[in-house]
Design a protein. Structure first.
Length: 489
């Protein structure tokens, strides 16, 4: 028992070394892995150069370096709370993240959030593959578009092999990152910065809140991934320890790269900042050619997170299809859905505009808006309403106890989202009337979370949770046996 369970490759989890389970429940006999693996996974998922660009919003908006760093750290500390609480659901339920939305939103109603989740997976891969292609073009030369295709194919293979190789790749990259990017970070202390760079400066509310919001949103955007990579762990790892390994892995990786981005922008000048050339130039200050080494490592990090997006996108797409027609979780289905997710990101990357940074920041803000009310509903349901007790067999039944349409979750989501609209501030795209009064400051995060969460709690007062628990207990043994006996392939 415990964290060190031996994984039997003759179970339904793998077929010829490739993972075959997808949205289905992972039976106890197939649980494996060590809890600490979550630390490197979430550290390295954040410690890649797409994250670096997240730390630039305040300093490019006229904020000082010190206040920008404070905004980043506070945004990290708050936003990571939500994704880490979601991670703790994985070992307890044995299910990927988005399928867990059915108890709140219904068998069909969950399609609402799955659509947004799938757009996020494909959208992030557009940005990640563009950066990977540019990094390789800068170091190994050749066409950026060819490198975009190459990195997409490599990420596809990793995602297809599945869960275990993703964890192993992130562990290897974490150790490499600590060494290579550690040297790079030390080198940042020896650069010559403009006079007054490290003065505290005047506090400016608008860039501070913009930076805080985009950082918190970036961290919350990981919430749709996390149970996907903890669901094979045995349930006795405990909620608290699962939370800690996820929280500190993600927070440290994110803070490191965002602050590094902020410092680079302060050194080279916000208007002159370019992710690839800035890293290359700063790295070459350590020694000639070191910038290229950092960029090659950065490309590997981007490929690994592209694989995460393809893997999660596949699970979300299978969940959506399963809502209309029952899907057997086979290797073939995984291959097709991973391939489609890879293709969408690839096409987007090949057609991407040069205005990368502005597009990326707007994308992050939009992701925040879409997932704030979802994360509130999902977490209130798990930790407050049902307290971790779900009839898992019913999640896979169109006419089960959770229904086709979960009106409580849907209403709470829509009301929470609507309440945020006056507080939206998305660059030149849209500014709500309250945000205008606040000089463009965006505090929608502090509106959507409590409105959606509290409303959902109130609407759930009429739920007969005790009856659900009795049904879950009655079905548990039979469901566990059926899941263990079901061989995918």
């Amino acid at each position: 028992m415990g964290q060190g369970w031996i994984h039997d490759h003759h179970t339904g989890t793998h077929h010829g070394g490739l993972e075959t389970r997808s949205i289905d429940y992972v039976p106890l006999a197939e649980r494996h892995g060590k809890l600490w693996h979550l630390g490197p996974l979430w550290f390295m998922s954040n410690a890649q150069i797409a994250t670096l660009a997240v730390g630039l919003l305040s300093i490019t908006g006229g904020g000082s370096l010190d206040w920008s760093v404070i905004a980043i750290v506070t945004g990290i500390l708050l936003g990571t709370l939500f994704m880490a609480f979601h991670s703790a659901q994985g070992p307890q339920l044995g299910l990927p993240q988005m399928i867990q939305s059915r108890p709140q939103f219904g068998y069909l109603g969950a399609l609402l959030v799955w659509l947004f989740a799938y757009v996020q997976y494909a959208g992030f891969n557009v940005f990640n593959s563009v950066l990977a292609g540019q990094s390789m073009h800068s170091t190994a030369h050749g066409s950026t578009k060819i490198w975009i295709i190459v990195t997409t194919v490599v990420a596809f293979v990793i995602a297809l092999i599945g869960y275990d190789i993703i964890h192993k790749a992130e562990q290897f990259l974490t150790y490499s990152m600590l060494v290579i990017f550690g040297i790079f970070t030390i080198g940042l202390f020896f650069l010559h910065y403009p006079s007054g760079t490290f003065d505290l400066g005047t506090f400016k509310l608008s860039p501070f809140l913009a930076q805080f919001g985009v950082v918190a949103g970036y961290q919350i955007s990981w919430a749709i991934y996390v149970s996907d990579y903890s669901r094979y762990l045995p349930p006795d790892v405990t909620v608290r320890k699962t939370f800690y390994w996820t929280y500190w892995g993600s927070a440290l990786g994110g803070a490191w790269l965002m602050i590094a981005g902020c410092v680079l922008a302060a050194w080279i000048g916000p208007k002159n900042f370019d992710t690839i050339s800035s890293i290359n130039a700063a790295g070459d200050h350590v020694f000639s050619g070191f910038g290229a080494i950092v960029l090659i490592l950065s490309t590997l990090g981007l490929v690994s997170v592209m694989a995460l997006n393809m893997y999660g996108g596949s699970l979300t797409l299978i969940s959506a299809i399963d809502s209309f027609k029952k899907v057997a979780p086979t290797l073939g289905v995984r291959a097709i859905t991973i391939g489609l997710t890879a293709a969408l990101g690839l096409v987007g990357a090949l057609l991407a505009t040069d205005n990368f940074l502005a597009d990326f920041n707007n994308f992050l803000v939009l992701v925040l808006y879409l997932f704030i009310p979802w994360t509130a509903v999902n977490l209130v349901d798990y930790y407050v309403v049902r307290r971790g007790h779900y009839a898992i067999a019913e999640i896979f039944k169109p006419d089960g106890i959770y229904g086709r349409w979960g009106w409580r979750g849907i209403i709470s989501y829509l009301v929470g989202f609507a309440a945020m609209i006056p507080f939206f501030s998305v660059g030149t795209l849209f500014t709500g009337f309250v945000a205008k009064d606040l000089s463009g400051s965006d505090i929608s995060l502090f509106i959507g979370l409590p409105v959606a969460g509290i409303l959902y709690y109130v609407l759930c007062r009429s739920l007969d949770v005790a009856a659900e628990v009795r049904l879950a207990e009655a079905e548990e043994n039979d469901f566990e046996k059926a899941a263990a006996a079901h061989k995918t392939g």
